[in-house]
Design a protein around this ligand. Sequence first.
Ligand SMILES: [Zn+2]
Length: 83
Amino acid sequence: MCYILLRFYFNELTQCLNQNQQAMKEYLLRCPYCWHDISTVVQTNIVKQQYIEDCRICENPMQVVVDCVSNQITQLVINPIAQ
Ligand SMILES: [Zn+2]
């Protein structure tokens, strides 16, 4: 009984992990300060999200606002954050 429950739980967990992997998409952002392209990973199963990303080249922070519909990025806005 315990074994079956554990196995069921493990299957659920594996499915969950696979879904999460599919919901991560790499995306190229253009830094509003130095205009270099930097790659970021967007979680596309969240409908609306915003986060702070630091440019890997000039290290300035920018706010990234992402809209997603059924795991596709529909809009991505980058706002420079003045220091
Ligand atoms: Zn930069």
